[in-house]
Design a protein around this ligand. Structure first.
Ligand code: GLP
Length: 241
């Protein structure tokens, strides 16, 4: 595991963006795993800048997102589908047909999970971007006695709904369920880039990266992966020696 601590969030964003841009330059038909939340926004902005400067084309790229809320239409501005269009896809030349998220609005959510997994089987992810939840979740894989390998429907913990309520007008509006890629699928990615910012994540960063490997801290399973790059700002990395 390579851990890089940056002095500023801008440096973290620049490094993260360059990593993805260089991946696509080397492999124009790369399959990228993408994440949502507040952390990747700066990385996506810098990727869009580099595209506008003519540094890279995404026309051959395929993307898979980690997760999506259940019950939100892609037109809902809190859906992750909307987020991805808003923060990245509408700013680059990616073919929207090659962008994939679980459909949280599908009539049969179990069938939707199977469909998503079947697609992931055919297109292994080259680089997977991850953020980190305060309770150690990755995607929406919440701490539990055991974890699911594949895409599945998950009931969100209250703390996760509270953390994400800042994007909604009230806690009641935060969906109670989501579809998420499983930890097994995440760990199949060739390379994983975990980006974490802020003092409020310092504790969980330390637990995830240096604590016991346990399903109670889903991100700790990243310790078992051979190619993980961890990007931290100074605050998130403060408890790592
Ligand atoms: C959500 C997402 C995660 C994300 C986490 C942290 O729960 N499902 O993929 O990593 O939030 O988000 P933030 O970066 O806003 O702290």
């Amino acid at each position: 595991m390579e851990i890089i601590i940056f002095d500023t969030a801008q440096q973290l964003d620049e490094y993260g963006a360059n990593y993805f841009v260089n991946t696509v330059k080397q492999k124009p038909n790369a399959v990228l795993g993408l994440a949502t939340g507040s952390t990747p926004i700066g990385i996506y902005e810098k990727i869009a800048e580099k595209y506008k400067q003519g540094e890279v084309s995404f026309s051959g790229v395929t993307t898979y997102n980690l997760d999506e809320y259940a019950g939100l239409s892609p037109l809902n501005d809190q859906s992750y589908s909307y987020y991805m269009n808003h923060h990245l896809f509408s700013h680059i030349d990616i073919d929207l047909k090659n962008t994939n998220l679980p459909d949280g609005n599908a009539s049969d959510l179990q069938a939707e999970c199977k469909r998503y997994d079947a697609m992931l089987q055919t297109q292994p992810i080259d680089v997977q971007l991850l953020g980190l939840g305060h309770n150690g979740h990755i995607g929406f894989n919440e701490p539990d006695e055991s974890l699911n390998g594949g895409t599945h429907l998950v009931e969100l913990k209250r703390e996760t709904r509270e953390a994400n309520a800042r994007f909604f007008s009230s806690l009641d509006e935060v969906p109670t369920h989501a579809l998420t890629m499983g930890v097994g699928s995440i760990l199949k990615a060739n390379t994983i880039v975990l980006a974490v910012r802020g003092a409020d994540k310092a504790d969980i960063v330390k637990q995830a990266l240096t604590g016991p490997i346990t399903t109670k801290v889903p991100a700790s399973l990243l310790q078992t992966h051979p190619r993980v790059i961890v990007l931290l700002d100074r605050e998130a990395g403060r408890w790592l020696a």
